[in-house]
Write a protein that binds this ligand. Structure first.
Ligand code: ADP
Length: 586
């Protein structure tokens, strides 16, 4: 019952594809039945030959029978493979899509606490195990049930009950071996998978951090560390090889034991005239056919257990919900105008006990440019995360156009916001595709226009393929400043009502920065802009500057006001002024 509960999530798929499974199982049973006729026919032919009355016509007849049977077997085998294995592949496809879609719906917080490697393992190993249970697992169950019972019936009823009982004496041992080894093989197989997953993770991390490794000249020690995980991996594989090496000969030996018994006892029965020579031949063929379904019993139990364990792990992910409640269509606002109010906002991360933001009060009018200044860790990114509604806030503490943020549909909210993240993450795609990531359906003219606004056009046209240049993994072929400006173009092309830039001009020189900010004012009248920065130059033109210190707003005002009073703003202003002077002198 537990197994059924685990696979319940696939109910819809299974209901829709029931027909294919049933057809496949039907074809499988027909294949098996046709195979079971062969030993009987061999027996009849042997008897005919032994009687000395066989004619050439009889031989031709038997040849035609055997050929027809093989054609039937081949046809039905094709048919069940397509239906059962094919449906299992479709199930794999559906389950993988379901998982991906679900993971996309979870909050970023989920990804902070789940390693990418683990999620990849779920998407590969676990889904593979589920497919094995619902493809080969079903085939083996049918084989185990149908073949075992019919073969035993044929042996006992049509040949000899006595011989069947004696021949099957090693069977319980074989079943025990099959179950026992199945369990050990399963356990060791898991360890192999775990070892392999650490191996790939090690390699992946190593390649991602290759610059750091080279910078610190750590190649040798990294090679050593890799050798260790690689050795561990081969050791785990050897454990598996060893148990397989023991299992297969043991099963073969037990099977051979049955044959020896049949040879002795069956021979006596033939000599006594209790069974015919044809029965003897047929019996041996049946016995040979029995090895697989008996092994399949142990195999299938393991495969279903494994599939269930994997499905349970997937269910754990499927049961995770994003804690962001989206009012969706029922959202209070069809679009945002850009007014933002923080009312005594205090925020603590779900996993932490200390508040990161404390008593934030601020009002931002539509069309204002607001600068946020603060040291690392003061809570600037957190404040932006709340605006993007990546976390929940207490009712009444964060309002957009006068409405609580949780009353606004997440779609409307995020469509209205252009967000330039701190790390300017770009996808492995062309520059053009990266700029139009929001799929605004912009033509080249518009993409070019926004690249110009973000001051990155001149760089792009210098690349041999210009806008069709593929940005490597995480945009490694671009400089930090180029990435930042492409990320800005990507946010601007959405023409959002609210633009949020999280320290996204840090790698851009002051002149270019000035040009971008001027462009913003020109193309963005009436739109709200929030700029987080360490640099005074970025902030000084803002209508309002908020200074964040340890989660609290310690100062607020315009640049001219803030440079008049003692505080973090003035301190940083003077420091940066000094730096500029030193730079210009040198
Ligand atoms: P800033 O952007 O000003 O550098 P952040 O908003 O990123 O600061 O971080 C403020 C504080 O919140 C830091 O102490 C940081 O460790 C903590 N913090 C950031 N993200 C999380 C998170 N997902 N869970 C728990 N604490 C976090």
């Amino acid at each position: 019952m537990n197994v059924i509960r685990s696979f319940f999530r696939l109910k819809r798929f299974l209901a829709e594809h029931k027909r294919y499974y049933l057809l496949g199982i039907g074809a499988l049973i027909l294949t098996n039945t046709a195979q079971l006729v062969i030993p009987k026919m061999m027996g009849n032919l042997t008897n005919l030959i032994a009687s000395g009355e066989v004619t050439r016509g009889d031989l031709v007849r038997f040849v035609v029978y055997f050929i027809s049977l093989s054609v039937i077997i081949a046809f039905f085998r094709y048919f069940w493979r397509i239906n059962i294995m094919g449906t299992a592949r479709k199930m794999e496809y559906t389950l993988r899509n379901m998982l991906f879609e679900h993971l996309q719906s979870l909050s970023p917080e989920f990804f902070n606490y789940h390693k990418t490697g683990d999620l990849m393992a779920h998407a590969t190993n676990d889904i593979h195990a589920v497919r094995m249970a619902l493809g080969p697992g079903i085939v083996s169950s049918v084989d185990a049930l149908f073949l075992t019972s019919v073969i035993l019936f044929m042996m006992a009823r049509t040949i000899s009950l006595q011989l069947t009982i004696v021949a099957l004496l090693p069977l319980p041992v074989m079943l025990g071996v099959s179950f026992g080894f199945g369990r050990v093989i399963h356990r060791r197989f898991r360890r192999v998978q775990e070892a392999f997953s650490s191996l790939t993770e090690r390699a992946q991390e190593n390649f991602a951090g290759i610059r750091v490794i080279k910078g610190f000249a750590r190649e040798n020690s990294e090679e050593e560390r890799f050798r260790e995980v690689n050795e561990f991996n081969v050791a785990k594989n050897m454990d598996l090889v060893r148990v397989h090496a023991l299992f297969h000969p043991l099963v073969g030996y037990l099977g051979a034991l049955s044959f020896i018994i049949v040879l002795g006892y069956g021979g006596i029965l033939v000599l006594d005239g209790a069974i015919t020579i044809g029965d003897f031949v047929a019996f041996n063929s049946y016995l040979g056919m029995l090895t697989w379904p008996v092994m399949a019993i142990g195999w299938v139990m393991n495969m279903i257990q494994r599939g269930k364990a994997s499905m349970d792990r997937l269910n754990d992910i499927f049961n995770q919900r994003s804690d962001i409640d989206d009012p969706g269509e029922k959202g209070a606002l069809p679009e945002l105008k850009g007014k933002i109010e923080f009312r005594d906002l205090t925020f603590t991360y779900p996993t932490s006990s200390q508040p990161v933001l404390k008593g934030i009060n601020a009002e931002i009018a539509p069309g204002q440019i607001v600068g946020i200044l603060g040291r690392t860790g003061s809570g600037k990114t957190t404040l932006l995360n709340l605006l993007l509604r990546l976390y929940n806030v207490k009712p009444g503490t964060l309002k957009l156009d006068g409405v609580d943020i949780d009353q606004v549909s997440v779609g409307v909210l995020r469509d209205s916001i252009g967000y330039v993240p701190q790390d300017s993450f770009l996808f492995s795609a062309t520059i053009k595709e990266n700029i139009d990531f929001a799929s605004t359906g912009s033509d080249m003219g518009r993409i070019t226009e926004y690249a110009k606004i973000a001051q990155v056009f001149d760089n792009i046209v210098e690349f041999p393929k210009q806008f069709d240049t593929v940005v490597g993994e995480r945009g490694v072929t671009l400089s930090g400043g180029q990435k930042q400006r492409i990320a800005i173009a990507r946010a601007l092309i959405k023409e959002p009502q609210i633009l949020i830039m999280d320290d996204s001009l840090s790698a851009v020189d002051t002149e270019t920065e000035e040009a971008i900010l001027q462009n913003l004012r020109r193309i963005f009248p009436g739109k709200t802009v929030i700029i987080v920065s360490h640099r005074i130059s970025t902030l000084q033109a803002a209508d309002q500057i908020l200074v964040l210190e340890e989660g609290q707003i310690s100062q607020r005002g315009t640049h001219d006001e803030l440079v008049q009073v003692d505080g973090l703003y003035k301190e940083m202003y003077q420091k940066q002024l000094l730096e500029e002077q030193i730079e210009s002198v040198s």
